[in-house]
Ligand binder design. Structure first.
Ligand SMILES: [Zn+2]
Length: 300
């Protein structure tokens, strides 16, 4: 296995980086990784992740929710139960900031979000790396879903008013290149919506290295508002606003308790999730996951 070592910050190229903490891969491999912290731009990044060509086995788990449709187990039932509420909330939020109807979802998974949008009059396209998830979304919802290579090769000829990335940017090996490629298929002033875990959240502080939002080595980058805004600015997008993803605090807290081997992880996770959610009402920057809204800028 080949690994990718970052001697300097991959985003701002500062050498003022330090080893912040050891974090285990609780979900798939059990391997230990280090998260580094950039003192200059605030980015946290996973050190020594497998290179992209070797990353496949780290996604090879029945617990990987976004690529499966497994309804057994209480965690999954909860996940699928709140999904419907969240899909409607996401659609309403998008409608507040864009009247456009052509939407592309990057990392569309099994296609539930695009199906919801399609049912409400949107013209939808998906990009998804996982072949099984692509096939599922085609079979179950008749969606148009392409592999990411098509975007990289410039073979997507449509232009879009809205692009969404729900918990995807933190998985992308070359985020700058990807965001610039995306820029080329968006209409002027298009809306870009990006949801990522927030390492400044109260649940991240509480759980430390057990925080499920780190999810190493699948999550390569760990963002806060400053780092994501700076990255997007560099790639041609202006920051517009931020919203909460409220249920993530419950889901992430329950998973984090499970990683701490708490037998009462459901109860403890619900309690801490509620605490984290209430804290976020007073300070949005303490929210477990945030949805950032950007507008495409003319210039890169
Ligand atoms: Zn940096």
């Amino acid at each position: 296995m080949t690994r990718q070592y970052h001697l300097i910050c991959p985003f701002c190229h500062s050498d003022d980086v330090k080893n912040w903490h050891e974090v285990d891969d609780h979900k798939v491999s059990g391997e230990r990784f280090h998260i580094f912290d950039c003192n200059n731009c605030g980015l946290r990044y996973t050190q020594d992740p497998p290179v992209e060509a070797d990353a496949g086995p780290y996604y090879d788990s029945p617990n990987y929710v976004s690529h499966s449709d497994n309804r057994s187990g209480i965690m999954f039932r909860l996940y699928h139960g709140v999904r419907k509420y969240m899909l409607n909330k996401k659609r309403r939020l998008i409608g507040r900031y864009s009247s456009g109807k052509k939407i592309i979802d990057l990392g569309s998974g099994t296609g539930y979000f695009l199906d919801n949008m399609k049912r409400h009059g949107y013209e939808v396209t998906g990009i998804e790396i996982n072949e099984g998830a692509r096939n599922f979304s085609k079979d179950a919802f008749s969606l148009e879903v392409y592999p990411p290579e098509l975007l990289a090769k410039g073979e997507i000829t449509k232009r879009f008013h809205i692009a969404t990335m729900w918990h995807v940017l933190e998985h992308i090996y070359q985020p700058e290149t990807f965001l610039r490629q995306l820029h080329g298929i968006l209409e002027d002033d298009a809306l870009l919506v990006i949801a990522v875990p927030n390492y400044r959240s109260s649940d991240a502080t509480h759980y430390g290295s057990y925080w499920a939002g780190y999810d190493v080595p699948r999550h390569l980058w760990h963002f806060d508002q400053n780092t994501i805004t700076a990255l997007l600015k560099k790639c041609g997008y202006n920051y517009l606003t931020t919203h909460r993803l409220p249920f993530d605090s419950f889901y992430v807290s329950m998973l984090s308790e499970k990683y701490r081997k708490n037998a009462l992880y459901l109860l403890s996770g619900l309690m801490h999730g509620a605490f984290s959610w209430i804290a976020s009402l007073f300070n949005i920057n303490r929210t477990s996951s945030l949805i950032y809204f950007f507008h495409k800028n003319e210039e890169i």
